[in-house]
Write a protein that binds this ligand. Structure first.
Ligand code: FAD
Ligand code: MLT
Ligand code: ZN
Length: 478
């Protein structure tokens, strides 16, 4: 009879977090796939263990134990990331540090307009806590029902309100972090002014778990708008969409809280796979735009502004048709259509995803040129274009030609198409990752597209903070 020897690190982790919170493959009844497989189900790894700490002291003790055994740690929140950043590699030697048990709202400070929350809190729960206290927490994205604030900060998530409120980074005033040495940095200050040297908070935000583990954060709150109105407009070209954006900025000022663009093919996929959502006015237009006006006065004021804006845009030929939601239910329905594009794409089969940003003034040229180059490379290729036009951020996704197999297409063309698109992004002074991050997916591409001096500084920071490379190795930096 063979005897399984106790694994010294696993024994230690069980003592720190409790046996129930250290999941391993030793128990054949335990399914670790929810932590080992990425959201798109394209990549799977194998973890030594999934460890679920309950507080910051446990996180620190886990990191110290892992550091002593030179065992890499992959922090994970809701595992909704789209760049293969939060799952283990397939060595069976990395632990997944799942933060979802640490989900408490620690404090709300109404006078300071801040909320302090643990990293594993689901974004939607944070939004609800803010709302119940009479405030708005504006970070908003399609995965908000399962992504966590730790993951949002780890990736510096964007979403649909960035043009008014900024990325996750702009919403964060303080962090509590466990370093790669297992020390706790208590930085939950909530200060709006603090010029005492390097801003470590901004190093941690967007570092995708490669520099330390975010255990809690102090986030900004905002007053709730008096009214929020949503409009859906058909636009004849990307140039027209950009003109409409300029007009909306001018007329609505800070009231413009959302400006999303959706290509006809992207909407046709929602119509095909989720017909009950009833996509409005998409058949006869190459693009639709979703606009949101958050008004501090009244619904009547917001509606008047929207109607005048759309009237001008129609007279200019920038909008061919439009609907304004009558009530909150209709507005939610329109947003739900927009948020369903990602899932509709999954239903259609594998595709090649890009999350790029380009100066808004160059987006129309970029799309025209790059569409033509792709058509030359793979005739019949279909483009699932949509995204946060207000931020110059397009999800410029490439789907196989009608009738061909998505998997075969991705296998044959992914590298070639990525290079084509990223070269174009570079030519237009853009970024190959606007909001999803680098993860393992773009780690080999990054050095080709990022400034070499910036890459060298990033490597120096990583070496200084995590000299033994135990924090999410192979992500962001190869
Ligand atoms: P995970 O996927 O678990 O992890 C993401 C990364 O953060 C990993 O590198 C991980 O190691 C690291 N990490 C996680 N927790 C911590 C922590 N506590 N400390 C340090 N590092 C940590 N993203 C956008 O930016 N905008 C969008 O509009 C958007 N829409 C989406 C819509 C859908 C339907 C889906 C599936 C995804 C979408 N995403 C979007 C991507 C994803 O939701 C975000 O990247 C989100 O911020 C990830 O949060 P998470 O908790 O799921 O993190
Ligand atoms: C979105 O804007 O919906 C997300 O970033 C998800 C995606 O790119 O599919
Ligand atoms: Zn997005």
């Amino acid at each position: 009879m063979t005897q399984v020897l106790p694994h010294p690190l696993l024994e230690q982790l069980r003592q720190i977090c409790g046996t129930a919170n250290v999941l391993t493959h030793e128990d054949p009844a335990t399914d670790l796939s929810p932590w080992e497989q990425d959201w798109r189900k394209r990549v799977s790894g194998r973890a030594l263990a999934v460890v679920r700490p309950g507080d910051t002291a446990q996180v620190a003790a886990v990191v110290k134990a892992c550091a002593a055994h030179q065992t890499p740690i992959v922090p994970q929140g809701g595992n909704t990331g789209l760049v293969v950043g939060g799952i283990p590699d397939n060595s069976g030697q990395q632990i997944v540090l799942s933060m979802t048990r640490m989900n408490a709202v620690r404090a709300i400070d109404p006078a300071n307009l801040t909320l302090t929350v643990e990293a594993g809190c689901v974004l939607q729960n944070l939004q609800t806590a803010a709302e119940q206290a009479g405030f708005l927490f504006p970070l908003s994205l399609g995965a908000e029902g399962s992504c966590t604030i730790g993951g949002n900060l780890g990736t510096n998530a964007g979403g649909t309100q960035v043009l008014r409120y900024g990325n996750a980074r702009e919403l964060c005033l303080g962090l509590e972090v466990v370093t790669a040495q297992g020390e706790v940095w208590h930085g939950l200050s909530g200060l709006r002014k603090d010029n005492t040297g390097y801003d470590l908070r901004h190093l941690m935000i967007g570092s995708e778990g490669t520099l330390g583990i975010i255990t809690a954060a102090t986030m900004k709150l905002y007053p709730q708008p008096a009214a929020q109105l949503t409009a859906w407009a058909a636009v004849p070209s990307m140039e027209a969409a950009v003109e409409l954006l300029g007009l909306a900025h001018q007329r609505l000022g800070p009231g413009l809280t959302g400006f999303e663009v959706m290509g006809q093919f992207a909407l046709s996929l929602v119509d095909k796979h989720f017909p009950h959502l009833r996509v409005p006015i998409w058949q006869d237009t190459p693009w639709c735009v979703l606009l949101e006006n958050s008004d501090s006065e009244s619904e009547q004021h917001a509606r008047g502004q929207f109607e005048a804006l759309l009237e001008t845009a129609m007279a200019q030929g920038w909008v061919s048709d439009a609907v304004v939601a009558e009530n909150l239910t209709q507005a939610k329905g329109l947003w739900h259509i927009r948020e369903s594009i990602t899932l509709a794409q999954v239903q259609e089969g594998q595709n090649i995803k890009h999350d790029i940003s380009i100066p808004v003034s160059q987006i129309a040229n970029f799309v025209k040129e790059t569409d033509a180059l792709l058509e030359r490379e793979v005739p019949g290729v279909r483009l699932v274009d949509f995204g946060h036009l207000g931020d110059g951020n397009l999800h410029y996704n490439v789907q196989a030609p009608e009738g061909s197999d998505g998997k075969d297409f991705v296998r044959a063309f992914e590298d070639k198409i990525n290079t084509l698109v990223f070269d174009q992004v570079k030519r237009f002074n853009g970024s190959i990752s606007a909001e999803h991050g680098v993860g393992a997916q773009k780690v080999n591409k990054l050095p080709h597209y990022k400034d070499p001096t910036a890459m060298a500084m990033m490597r120096a920071v990583k070496q200084a903070l995590d000299p033994h490379n135990i924090m999410n190795p192979g992500r962001v930096l190869a």
